[in-house]
Design a binder for this molecule. Structure first.
Ligand code: GAP
Length: 469
């Protein structure tokens, strides 16, 4: 192992940031991710997902839903409102406690999270304001003096109805979880579930982050995939371990490199206001090892608070054990956008030129080695000549009923292969003049580059087997 010196650490971080730049550029050039409102100069930390990005996100959500709801007897789905009764946020503790410690630079006026500044110095993220000033931390941008810490609530406010007064003030949800808790009784009585059981939801959440950044890693509008599992308090530890293992398995099953995934348990001082225990699944992003998803034991915090604030009995009677209790909640909470960035970074690979595209001179070619289930386009149909359009297009029409396909008849075949490799398309089918007679096409595998001649009549079976579900 070479010794890690400051110099090669710097080289390493330049390499990683240049990978990030390449991912951002690819994402824009090929229609995965655009800066929101770009023609107006953009809006900070909001992003739009383009034609390929929306496919990638839909595929991630589909895989999550399949694994968390469809394949389980004891988890059901929900889609609750983004706007909810404002008392929910009082009960949940978000009005009082969902804050970040904010400091401003008195010189350059830049704004920072005090805990991030401490972390950067290798100090503990939780602290008393007094301790912060004692550390003598200064502005990382201009070395200016920083203000005292202020607590800054991350919830976006808006007004319901025509009057913009405090009585009409409501919030955009900062997590999807609360929509699940306030529907606990509805779901329990309508689907005849018994504990332990879970409710899963995918949806938008909004946070007025002080320091958003790293592309789509931390945004102000994002999507969450959350599952709340209601259990007997005595079984909370067991289920925490179970869900931790399940979530890790899910990421690995979709091709995430094991060596890049880590778990980190929160120290008591770091725990969110609702959490008894919390563990982050972290990924080695090009800009550092960061949280991908959280697994939390929220205890009876949420249901007992909603019971208190709503006056409704949210306890559960376990007929078999003849006991009544407020269920504990084990939560798995991941971000769809953050997962999309992680899957892109995980898949991004540069290889020696291999597509046979010699129209342009390039030292390296990009192959996005996404799991086939996540790839935005599953199959590209490439006729070798425009004269073959009628028959090749028929193959395309036949396959697109089942899979997201792309028909591409422009440029050399090498160029077309390269375009598909760069967006992660697992299979390219070339339709040539022989295809008219032997009724076969050549199927090229993105990763192995193996080419096979397959009968058109057998294509669906072949692709069903190889593309998985
Ligand atoms: N209900 C619990 C909860 O919301 P969290 O750790 O604050 O917990 C869960 O958020 C996940 O949501 C994170 O692991 C991350 O994937 C995603 N997430 C949170 N804030 C985000 C942001 N500003 N931008 C993008 N994703 C975010």
């Amino acid at each position: 192992m070479p010794k890690t010196t400051k110099k090669n650490q710097e080289v390493e971080s330049v390499k990683l940031s240049s990978i990030m730049e390449k991912i951002v550029s690819l994402a824009k050039r090929r229609g995965f991710i655009f800066q929101s409102s770009e023609i107006y100069g953009g809006i900070n930390s909001i992003y739009d997902f383009g034609p390929l990005g929306v496919e990638l996100k839909n595929n991630i959500k589909r895989q999550w839903w399949q694994s968390m709801v469809q394949l389980r007897d004891n988890v059901v789905g929900l889609d609750s409102g983004i706007l909810m009764h404002p008392k929910i946020w009082e009960a949940s503790g978000h009005l009082a406690g969902f804050t970040d410690p904010l400091v401003d630079c008195k010189s350059c006026k830049k704004r920072f999270r005090a805990d991030h500044l401490l972390e950067a110095k290798g100090l503990k993220p939780k602290f008393q304001p007094l301790e912060f000033s004692r550390e003598g931390i200064r502005c990382p941008e201009c070395d200016g003096e920083l203000t005292d810490i202020r607590d800054f609530n991350l919830m976006f406010k808006t007004f319901m109805g025509p009057l913009e007064d405090s009585a009409a003030q409501i919030y955009l949800r900062p997590e999807t979880a609360q929509g699940i808790y306030v529907n606990f009784l509805n779901v329990l009585s309508s689907v005849r579930q018994k504990l332990p059981f879970g409710i899963a939801q995918i949806g938008k959440a909004f946070r007025n982050e002080i320091t958003p950044g790293n592309f789509i890693f931390r945004m102000r509008e994002f999507e969450q995939m959350e599952m709340q599992f209601f259990v007997n308090p005595k079984e909370a530890d067991k289920w925490f371990g179970y869900w931790q293992a399940e979530r890790l398995k899910w990421y690995l099953s979709l091709g995430v490199k094991k060596s890049a995934l880590h778990t980190r348990e929160h120290e008591p001082a770091e725990l969110a206001h609702y959490a008894k225990k919390a563990l982050d699944l972290e990924y080695e992003f090009p800009f550092g090892q960061k949280e991908l998803e959280g697994i939390h034991n929220r205890g009876d915090w949420d249901l007992s608070r909603h019971q208190k604030f709503s006056g409704q009995d949210l306890s559960y009677f376990d007929a078999a054990a003849k006991e009544k209790f407020i269920p504990y909640i084990i939560e798995t909470s991941g971000g769809v956008d953050r997962a999309a960035l992680m899957f892109l970074a995980n898949a991004y690979t540069e290889v020696e030129p291999r597509s046979g595209d010699d129209d342009s001179k390039h030292e390296k070619e990009v192959v996005l080695k996404l799991d086939a289930r996540l790839a935005p386009i599953k199959i590209a149909i490439l006729p070798l000549s425009k004269k073959l359009e009628k028959d090749a297009y028929k193959v395309y029409e036949d396959l697109r009923v089942a899979w997201q396909c792309q028909y591409d008849d422009t440029g050399s075949i090498g160029k077309r292969y390269r375009r598909q490799d760069e967006i992660g398309t697992p299979y390219c089918l070339t339709f040539d003049f022989d295809s008219l007679n032997d009724k076969k096409v050549t199927v090229r595998d993105r990763d192995t580059m193996k080419q096979e001649r397959i009968a058109i009549a057998e294509l669906k079976d072949y692709l069903c087997t190889n593309l998985k579900l």
